[in-house]
Design a protein around this ligand. Sequence first.
Ligand code: SF4
Ligand code: SF4
Length: 164
Amino acid sequence: MPLSTLCLRCGLCCDGTLFTTVAVRPSEVEPLRQRGVPLVERADGSPALAQHCAALEGRHCTVYAERPESCRRYRCHLLSALAEGEVSLDEALGVVDQTHALVDAVARALPPPRPGEPRAVMQRARQAGRAPGTSALSPEAQEARDRADAFLVRHFQGRFGHGG
Ligand code: SF4
Ligand code: SF4
């Protein structure tokens, strides 16, 4: 099916590239815990999945049948465009491949992650120089980050919230 083909090649809404957390309803907490998926608490005390999601293996959700409602509801701009026939599957897959290449370019321009830093490349790049103990990005890394962020906004910024 074209929609799942696209998402299985992408994973950007689960791997920390687009979101830092994903909302979880109170009733969804226990089933996720039973599957061994750790949860975090947001500033307002509500439960959430930190991204890169612990349930993501490669680009597959390992709790797909029990994934939170906010995961079920979420559709990025690209997926919506594919569902509505505004882009072909080949075009959408091309956008995903280009995005991964842009994020990989950011990864190459960043210093190796320090202990405690996020696994997600774009989160590290966005925090650099802002979060305590992080150094400012090199001009090369800054340019790569800005290029990737602009592409993400253009192609993925969702029409529906992820609660995150
Ligand atoms: S970012 Fe969009 S295309 Fe990629 S996995 Fe999420 S919903 Fe699917
Ligand atoms: S539970 Fe599954 S669908 Fe939801 S963020 Fe995690 S990997 Fe993605």
